[in-house]
Ligand binder design. Structure first.
Ligand code: DX5
Ligand code: ZN
Length: 221
């Protein structure tokens, strides 16, 4: 099933209760939380303490934490306890990808790996059995509102082939960065299952109208 997952990086967090209600009415299943440490990426966002506060209002929404932090293995438990239903780590940020994924799975939540634009999909070959999700960064991580990198389409194709070759076709493919109403149909056609969308949702004043426009695309799939 195809879905969109809003990134609340640039949302007005003082209005989060209302925002989550709009997500639920628009049949949104998951919320994307961008965690940045100012080291792995040139920006700092928020951490487990804020996620814990937001969890009070999440109801049935799934919280997926995208850790753009160095040595994520140190913080898996904290993000789990804060209310994450899934954790995505960066392949480039840990020396021990395999054991870090095992750690995520030990909490019985979704385990995912993200790769930067310069990282080939082939680095995932030996951890496929541990994955629920692969997230392809279609911008260099750190900021919302950047331009989609066109080369990402080729990476999606390569990932689809990698999954087919290893009979791992139930791993979800996510795309993150620069996704909008214009490139979303093409991304779904290439095999994306989950599209992370930040500024193309929150730059508009009318959240419900914007979500229904995106839903028109997902519902056709
Ligand atoms: C970038 C983040 C993304 C990003 C999405 O480092 O991982 O989730 O904020 O935002 P847009 O849709 O604005 O590119
Ligand atoms: Zn993200």
């Amino acid at each position: 099933m195809k879905e969109i997952s809003p990134s609340i990086l640039n949302a007005d967090l003082f209005k989060i209760k209302k925002i989550f209600k709009s997500f639920a009415s628009a049949n949104i299943k998951s919320v994307h939380l961008d965690i940045m440490d100012g080291v792995f990426v040139p920006n700092i966002s928020f951490g487990p303490m804020l996620i814990k506060q937001l969890s009070k209002y999440k109801k049935n929404l799934q919280f997926i934490s995208h850790l753009m932090i160095i040595n994520p293995e140190r913080y898996i438990e904290d993000f789990y306890k804060a209310g994450s239903d899934g954790i995505i780590i960066h392949q480039e940020a840990t020396t021990h990808l395999h054991s870090t994924l095992l750690k995520i799975k030990s909490f019985n939540i979704r385990a995912g790996v993200s790769i930067n634009p310069s990282t080939p999909v082939s680095v995932l070959e030996d951890v496929l059995d541990l994955l629920d999700e692969v997230l392809i960064m279609s911008v260099n991580p750190g900021f919302g509102g950047q331009k989609f990198i066109e080369h990402s389409y080729q990476k999606i194709e390569k990932l689809v082939t990698l999954f087919e070759d290893h009979d791992n076709e139930n791993i979800a493919i996510s795309i993150d960065g620069g996704v909008n109403i214009n490139n979303l149909p093409k991304l779904f056609n290439y095999g994306v299952d989950v599209a992370i969308i930040g500024s193309a949702i929150f730059k508009n004043k009318d959240l419900e109208k914007t979500l229904s426009e995106f839903n028109k695309i997902t519902e056709r799939r």
